[in-house]
Write a protein that binds this ligand. Structure first.
Ligand code: SAM
Length: 317
């Protein structure tokens, strides 16, 4: 029976194993049954589903998942949690615990071997220090994923679902919305965790698009345009793109293309929709002398104190 959502049961397990929280692994365990129910309901888990849980901790949400899903794979980096998980999950036959770093697991192979390549569901209370790399890896590696329902830092959730023209809108919004439909389903205060994080949290559900919603002829090039546009947020789009060393674009080319699209040459990147970025990149790509694509990694990792860096894609213009 799932019983670890009650604070006294979690504390009893932690004391039994003399467990010490590791800050470096972003360990904040959920101790609120209503929040757990909310996550599981939002993920719409059924007995048909194969679920990947990232960072099961002591197995609190894993117990709920085992009761609802057909099968669960739980990937936990902290080896001190493995004996605890053997204990708390002992009554479930449909779970496999992997002591691995999620960023190193071959997720395509996991989906193929465990679910015959059919789409899986991902559910997690994510370690906040690697939220963005985990989500972008799930999308960019083309793992068959139906939905990702995760607890993240509140500000990150807001960026993911932000619309053009808002302060939160940026490269992360566009990257997530290119692959999925985001929906924040709950806001969660620090007192729902042990230990309490310094930041607010939110549960976001990302439902993968069945078909691409925009046609980018060269995805890498489109994301280079997007990153360049938001790295110099205060500049006009023309200047931001013209100043970007990874984009060999002439000012005149950019101005002409914007005019062809019916956009003012003084427009800023934050005003463009995903469709417009796709169109802009398709038109510029056909004119540009395009060098090899650079690394697409999104560096919006949270700092150890829980604060977020500016919404930039690191090391590149
Ligand atoms: N799911 C548990 C809960 O809700 O109570 C724990 C959530 S806690 C926020 C994040 C968990 O992810 C921790 O158990 C942590 O050890 C684990 N973790 C951190 N980095 C990881 C990584 N790279 N790969 C797999 N698990 C990781």
């Amino acid at each position: 029976m799932s019983d670890l959502g009650k604070p006294q049961n979690t504390i009893a397990v932690l004391q039994k194993y003399n467990f010490n929280f590791q800050k470096k692994f972003g360990q904040n365990f959920l101790i609120d049954t209503r929040v757990l129910d909310r996550i599981i309901n939002a993920a719409e888990i059924t007995k048909e589903d194969f679920v990947l849980e990232i960072g099961p901790g002591i197995g609190t949400m894993t117990q709920y998942l085992c009761e609802r899903a057909k099968e669960v794979a739980a990937v936990e980096i902290d080896r001190n949690l493995i004996p605890i998980l053997s204990d708390t999950l002992s009554e479930y036959q449909n779970v496999e615990v992997w002591n691995e770093d999620i960023l190193k697991v071959d997720l395509n192979r996991l989906a193929l071997e465990k679910n015959q390549g059919r789409p899986i569901k991902v559910v997690a209370n994510l370690p906040y220090y690697i939220t963005t790399p985990i989500i972008m890896r799930l999308f960019e590696s083309h793992v068959p994923v139906e939905s990702i329902t995760v607890m993240v830092q509140k500000e990150v959730a807001e960026r993911m679902q932000a619309k053009p023209g808002t302060k939160d809108y940026g490269a992360l919004s566009l990257a997530v919305q290119y692959y999925a439909k985001p929906e924040v389903v709950a806001y969660v205060p620090p007192n729902c965790f042990i230990p309490r994080p310094k930041v607010g949290s939110a549960v976001i559900c990302l439902t993968r698009h069945e078909e691409k919603i925009v046609q980018a002829e060269d995805e890498d090039f489109m994301f280079r345009i997007i990153r360049a546009s938001f790295n110099q947020r205060r500049k006009t789009l023309v200047n931001a793109l013209n100043n970007a060393p990874s984009l060999p674009l002439e000012k005149e080319q950019i101005v002409t293309t914007l005019e062809e699209m019916g956009l003012h040459p003084n427009i800023r990147g934050e005003a463009l929709t995903l469709e417009q970025f796709a169109q802009l990149s398709n038109q510029l790509n056909s004119k540009a002398d395009n060098p090899a694509a650079d690394n697409l990694s999104f560096d919006t990792q949270e700092r150890p104190d829980g604060s977020l860096p500016k919404q930039t894609i690191h090391g590149r213009p």
